[in-house]
Each structure stands twice: as structure tokens, then as C-alpha cells.
Design a protein around this ligand. Structure first.
Ligand code: GMT
Length: 398
């Protein structure tokens, strides 16, 4: 099961950290949840603040707390407001639990809410605000004139800003003209150990031993380009030689008509809102990503962990996760013929698949493990706590 390392050295300086993320299916919420669980396992106290319990967060757990934000739907409001109740809850939790840090994942509106919360508190109680950028918070909303100035303000006012890839840090500076330091801390995962064998899962899914099991895992949002995924897979022949398992964070229904038109309905296995993703990743032979933009793509990493290589479009931060030809295969965006050829090449070459898979696994375990990445967040928190302590002592002397 999720194995947050339950050993923490006595020398660990414990921090009290508030984490805010979107609780729904999505990479940023998954990353924030895993980080919180792992920090708690290392002795820190972690308070999740959001409108719902993050979907992968297991409670009760030692040193982990969840504080729901109540949203009022006042008659006067055409649209319910989340930012203000979130900021009030943040300030309340900081004051009650003496938090050192508010760490927000996905800048909009979380960073703005954290800055408001900080301003609501007396100087001596103010937490440090750490904002982690995940992707569309800047690559999409940063282009929107209705958000960009607020985003720029929130990033300038945060005490530290991190991004999950070099690509995202660079794009944020370019789009928002942000001059400040953005530290790149790549994503990591800490998968659960599967409870069934690969063979059991494949049998449950109705996949024959000689069939290739392709997998696509995402929230199916427009940028994932499910149209290109289906069009690519429809070009792979013969149809009986594979199945495509779609682990869908949202309903697959809007894509059924296209699947029907392409005549590939029989080749699809759809599972919606799956939590135990590991069972499926360990059973798959190849993972497929056809996105038009990704800052990182956590699901590629989930596949890599289980020695399942990915074929992906070469966009955004993906080349920082996959080394083309070594730990996976990158294909230019928007070319279903090239994508289908890449699938067929690997379908017909099991030894190459195995080599890529082993290299993918090694890279995931060495570069993108919790053991490698969580200490980088801890180092950042310690820096923040030191700064906070210095400020507090200056205030006392005044
Ligand atoms: O930005 C989004 O579309 C949603 C966001 C999320 O909340 O899951 O995804 C982003 O963050 C993930 C976790 O850091 C990354 O793995 C995804 O690549 C990134 N999505 C995009 O950049 C489109």
C-alpha cells in the first residue's frame, strides 16, 4: 500500500504545514496528497485545506488533518465564491494550529487565497506562502487577461515559488514576465504495491495473454486530445492484437461517438474514476499520451514505475520525463500516422519494449522517487522557517 516512509530521524526539524490543492482527480492534487502523506510520515504535521477531502487522501493517519472549506451559495451571488471562504479557513487553521507554512498547489485561486490569509493575520502569526505551479495555472490562465494580473501579483507576493518542470518555470517567466526565482522541483510518485498479479488483472480485464495491453490514464480534458488517441489506435492493425484500457478521471461518454465511427469500440476497455491505478499500470505493456500540452504528465511516471514504457507526444515538459529512445518514445504532436507506427514498432518488438521498460523503471525509481524529491521540499520549508524565525526575532527587538 502507499508506503510513506514511517521512519523519521530525530534530527528532522518538524514543520507545521498547510496544504491546499484541488481534491478532484488530477495530477496536482495527487502530487499534493502524496507529498502531505510523506511529510507526515517524516514527522511533520500536515493540514489539508480544501472544499473536499483529496480523493487519494487516506484518513485517519498520524499527523494528517483535513479542514473542509464551506461554500455559501448566497442568493445575491450568480456564481459561488470560493477564494474568500478558502482564505478565511486558511487564516483560521494557521492561527489555531500555529502553522509555519501554507503550501498551495495550483496557483489559481489558491495562491491569492493564501496571500489574503497571510494578510489577515497579525505579523507574528504570519505563515510563509509557498506556491507550486503545476501547468495550466500559468500556461493557460497566464494567457487570460482576466487572470494574468492576479496571477502575477500572487507569484510576486509568495515567499517561494516552485514549478514541476524546467519547461513550466520557463513558460511562466515568459508569459507573465515574472522576474523572481522559480525553483524547479520535479514531480514524484509513491505508488501502492498492487494487490493482484499482472496475470489476474489482465484476466479480469478480458485481455488474452498474446494481446498487447495499451493504457491511457488521464482526466480526459480537451488538452489530452483523446480524439488523436483514438485516431492513432484505430490505425493499428490487426485489431485483435491489442486492447486499449482507458483509465478515465471523467466520463468517457463524450468520446463514444468517435470510437464508434472509427470502429474501435470493441478494442476499448473503459474504467472511470479508478483510484487503485497501480493494479492496471503493472498489467499494461505500453502507455499512450497524445496531449497537446503537459508540464510534466504524472501518468507517464506512474507507468514508468511499473516498467511500462510510454509513447507520447513531444510537448512541454514531457522530454524532461522521457528520454526519447531510452526510457520511452516521443512522437511529434498531431500526427496519428506517426503515433500508430510507433505503437506498431513496439508491438512487434517485445525485447525492445522490455529494454525501454527496464530503463523507464530505473529512471522513475532513481530520479522521481519520494526519497529523492521530498527532501527538496523539506529543505525549502526549513529555509522558510529560518526566515520566519529571523523575522520574528527582528519584530521582537523593535
Ligand atoms: O493543468 C492541468 O490541466 C491540470 C493539472 C492538474 O491539476 O493535474 O495538471 C498539471 O499538473 C500535473 C501535476 O504536476 C502535471 O503532471 C500535468 O502535466 C499538468 N497538466 C498540464 O500541464 C496540462
Amino acid at each position: 500500500m502507499t508506503t510513506p516512509s514511517s521512519h523519521f530521524p530525530d534530527s528532522t526539524r518538524r514543520c507545521r504545514i498547510g496544504i491546499t490543492c484541488y481534491p478532484s482527480v488530477g495530477g496536482s492534487g495527487i502530487l499534493a496528497t502524496t507529498l502531505g502523506e510523506e511529510l507526515a510520515a517524516r514527522g511533520h504535521e500536515v493540514h489539508f485545506i480544501s472544499y473536499e477531502r483529496p480523493f487519494r487522501l487516506k484518513l485517519p493517519a498520524p499527523r494528517v488533518f483535513f479542514h473542509p472549506v464551506e461554500i455559501n451559495d448566497y442568493g445575491l451571488f450568480k456564481y459561488p465564491d470560493y477564494t474568500l471562504p478558502l482564505s478565511v479557513k486558511m487564516a483560521e487553521v494557521v492561527a489555531r494550529h500555529d502553522l509555519d507554512i501554507l503550501h498551495v498547489h495550483y496557483a489559481v485561486p489558491h495562491a491569492t487565497a493564501a496571500i489574503l490569509a497571510r494578510a489577515m493575520l497579525p505579523e507574528s502569526r504570519r505563515p510563509k506562502v509557498v506556491t507550486t505551479l503545476h501547468g495550466t495555472d500559468t500556461t493557460l490562465l497566464g494567457k487570460d487577461p482576466g487572470y494574468a494580473p492576479a496571477l502575477r501579483h500572487a507569484l510576486a507576493s509568495s515567499d517561494a515559488v516552485t514549478a514541476v518542470s524546467d519547461f513550466l518555470a520557463h513558460e511562466t517567466r515568459r508569459l507573465l514576465d515574472v522576474g523572481r526565482t522559480i525553483e524547479v522541483i520535479p514531480n514524484f510518485i509513491l505508488p501502492r504495491t498492487p494487490t493482484r498479479t499482472r496475470e489476474q488483472t489482465r484476466a479480469d480485464l478480458g485481455v488474452a495473454p498474446d494481446q498487447l495491453l495499451l493504457v491511457h490514464s488521464s482526466n480526459l480534458r480537451p488538452g489530452k486530445r483523446i480524439d488523436l488517441l483514438l485516431e492513432s489506435v484505430a490505425r493499428v492493425l490487426p485489431r485483435e492484437s491489442f486492447k486499449l484500457l482507458i483509465l478515465a478521471g471523467e466520463s468517457f461518454e463524450p468520446y463514444r461517438p468517435l470510437a464508434r465511427t472509427l470502429g474501435i469500440e470493441q478494442s476499448l476497455i473503459i474504467r472511470e474514476r479508478v483510484v487503485e491505478i497501480e493494479e492496471f499500470m503493472q498489467a499494461a505493456d505500453l502507455s499512450l499520451i497524445t496531449s497537446e500540452s503537459e508540464s510534466f504528465c504524472l501518468s507517464i511516471l506512474e507507468a514508468m514505475w511499473f516498467a511500462c514504457p510510454s509513447i507520447s507526444t513531444c510537448v512541454g515538459g514531457i522530454p524532461e520525463v522521457i528520454k526519447d529512445g531510452e526510457t520511452g518514445v516521443l512522437v511529434p504532436f498531431g500526427d496519428p500516422d506517426a503515433f500508430a507506427r510507433a505503437i506498431e514498432d513496439l508491438k512487434n518488438n517485445p525485447p525492445r519494449r522490455a529494454t525501454l521498460g527496464q530503463a523507464a523503471r530505473a529512471s522513475a525509481h532513481t530520479q522521481f522517487s519520494a526519497a529523492r524529491i521530498v527532501p527538496r521540499y523539506e529543505a525549502l520549508y526549513h529555509r522558510m522557517c529560518d526566515e520566519r524565525a529571523t523575522q520574528a526575532s527582528v519584530e521582537t527587538k523593535k
